[in-house]
Design a protein around this ligand. Structure first.
Ligand code: IYR
Length: 233
């Protein structure tokens, strides 16, 4: 054992993790890959209820995300209130009608054609939970002081990735829904002006007749490039 020799100006504690064998590491990795590779974004939900503890656990998992200066610049707002869900659906559909019918973005509309999405967002009422994630440009501390946050989008994006992973691991389904623009969510959910709506997640179980578009994930050789000093010479 080597005794730590660093001197710190802030509290530090030892951090040790068990070193896995290569076999065991690969086994665990492939098991997680197989599970996550079965995840799909869902647009048809069962109205079956989901216990609040499951939502809480998924948010606890999201809350472990790394973040700029460890400021954790996110707020997860969850509701299963039928009237609130209806209000959010109506506001989202109003935005989407403009997107699908009034905006002149043919390339974007064409890119969405295989998903067959449209302005109807029934899932915002059918799913038992809506979880709106807000990104905090700054955070108001308990003493009322305003603290600036850093790498907000990256931090909240990572937290949302963990949230999606948690839900899937718990057998739940969701959709990364981003009505555009989403400012209405701030008013509907009473959030402060320092928070920007980031993603709206309907959460529940897929309906019995749920379908998803056929898609393939790009192969590892396109997702991963191994670089070295030799590769371009
Ligand atoms: N926000 C719209 C459009 C939409 C945009 C993208 I990029 C998608 O991957 C899916 C949908 C909607 O929710 O329909």
């Amino acid at each position: 054992m080597v005794a730590p020799t660093r001197t710190h100006t802030h509290p530090f504690v030892p951090y040790r993790r068990p070193r896995l064998s290569e076999d065991e590491a690969l086994r665990r990795g492939l098991e997680l890959f197989r599970s996550l590779n079965g995840r799909r974004s869902v647009r048809w939900f069962s109205p079956d209820p989901v216990a609040p503890e499951l939502i809480g656990t998924a948010v606890q998992i999201a809350n472990t995300a790394p973040s700029g200066a460890h400021h954790q610049p996110w707020t997860f707002v969850a509701t299963q209130d039928a009237a609130l869900k209806r209000r959010i659906r109506e506001a989202a559909e109003a935005e989407e009608r403009r997107f699908y019918h009034d905006r002149n973005v043919p390339e974007w509309h064409a890119a969405l054609a295989p998903l067959e999405t449209n302005e109807h967002k029934e899932f915002l009422e059918t799913a038992p939970w809506l979880v709106a994630v807000f990104a905090q440009k700054s955070t108001t501390l308990p003493d009322g002081a305003r603290r600036k946050n850093y790498y907000v989008s990256e931090s909240v994006g990572i937290a949302c990735g963990l949230f999606i992973t948690a839900l899937h691991t718990m057998g739940l389904a969701t959709l990364t829904h981003t009505p555009n623009p989403m400012a209405f969510l701030r008013d509907a959910l009473g959030r402060p002006a320092t928070e920007r709506p980031y993603i709206l997640f309907p959460v529940g179980y897929p309906s019995e007749d749920c379908e998803v578009p056929v898609l393939e994930r790009k192969p590892l050789r396109e997702a991963l490039v191994v670089a070295s000093t030799m590769s371009n010479s």
